[in-house]
Write a protein that binds this ligand. Structure first.
Ligand code: PMP
Length: 316
């Protein structure tokens, strides 16, 4: 959803080209991918077609951004990766320190400063049926250039969202706090449907009918100096979301986490999404509800841009 001008099929195409580096497929790039402890040339980082992760979604991943050579909240992402793996009964064969070191090495080996980082862990191909305990856990880490494309002015036009027909499931149905591949099935269906209809993204309700999240980002709404955001009890409590809550408070906003019914959206003036990829993305429309991104969105975009910059020594 970082491609802001996606209200048209042309916009959607442009978004595709930007996120795939001018159309170069993801498996055809140059560079190095960290794969089970060693670097492999990008095009050779392959797995077998009979891999458990591919058939049964025994796979977890992270999405992270490096700014000025440093990954923002790197350790939090690594800890979430290991937690997600544990939730799927996948014992991660690497420690937090080892993964931190590997991510730094990936950036260095690929000469990346401002980049998107994608660690992914999955069950291998020893056996192929529902049980997974005899299948080893693998980890790969890739990174590529993925800048924020839009100026603040461009972002402030806001993106248009449609309501998804899919609902975030109950945590008793699926382990919804994990960043697990299986949970993205309804995200992809929702996002593709929205883009086919000329929208940038979709907003999902949860199984109870409360406002939940977009397909790869959390949602916030603003009225005056009050910010409200859904309680993350059946979707990811994003690392960007948690950062934004702190930044909003520091900037004089009150922040309330609660259940929100969709019809309540008519009472709010501004709306924005947060996520590692989305950063802070203002929203102009969710279905029948309209918003005008203004001072609140601008303040938080600026606060977030400042926050993600690497912390320099005070003397510098
Ligand atoms: N929800 C979903 C479904 C996501 O994919 C993401 C992106 N990881 C988020 C929320 C936001 O999470 P974060 O701020 O940790 O990137």
């Amino acid at each position: 959803m970082i491609g802001a001008k996606m209200g048209s099929p042309r916009g959607a195409r442009r978004h595709f080209q930007e996120t795939t580096m001018a159309g170069v497929p993801m498996d055809q790039r140059e560079g190095w991918i960290w794969f089970d402890g060693e670097f492999k040339p990008w095009k050779d980082a392959k797995i077998h077609v009979l891999t458990h992760g591919l058939h049964y979604a025994s796979s977890v991943f992270e999405g992270e951004r490096a700014y000025g050579g440093q990954i923002f909240k790197s350790r939090e992402h690594t800890e979430r990766l290991i937690r997600s793996a544990a939730t799927l009964d996948m014992p991660m064969p690497w420690s937090v320190e080892q993964i931190e070191e590997a991510k730094r090495a990936v950036l260095e080996k690929n000469n990346l400063v401002d980049a998107y980082v994608r660690p992914v862990a999955w069950r291998g191909s020893e056996e192929l049926s529902v049980p997974a305990r005899n299948n080893t856990v693998h980890l790969a880490i890739a990174a590529w250039v993925w800048p924020s494309y839009f100026s603040v002015e461009e972002k402030l036009k806001g993106i248009r969202l449609e309501w998804s027909k899919w609902k975030r499931p109950s945590p008793e149905t699926i382990p919804s706090s994990a960043k697990a591949a299986g949970l993205y099935m309804i995200c992809t269906l929702s996002k593709d449907a929205a883009m086919a209809n000329g929208y940038a993204d979709a907003l999902m309700l949860d199984y109870r009918g409360y406002v939940a999240e977009a397909t790869g980002a959390n949602v916030f709404i603003i009225k005056g100096k009050e910010i409200t955001t859904p309680t993350p009890d059946c979707f990811l409590n994003g690392i960007t979301r948690q950062t934004l809550i702190e930044l909003a408070k520091r900037n004089g906003y009150t922040v309330t986490e609660r259940h929100i019914m969709p019809e309540e959206l008519s009472q709010f003036d501004e709306c924005f999404l947060t996520g590692t990829a989305a950063e802070v993305t203002p929203v102009s429309e969710i279905g029948e509800y309209k918003f005008t991104p203004s001072a609140g969105c601008r303040t938080l975009i600026d606060a977030y841009s400042a926050e993600v910059q690497p912390k320099r020594a005070a003397a510098e």
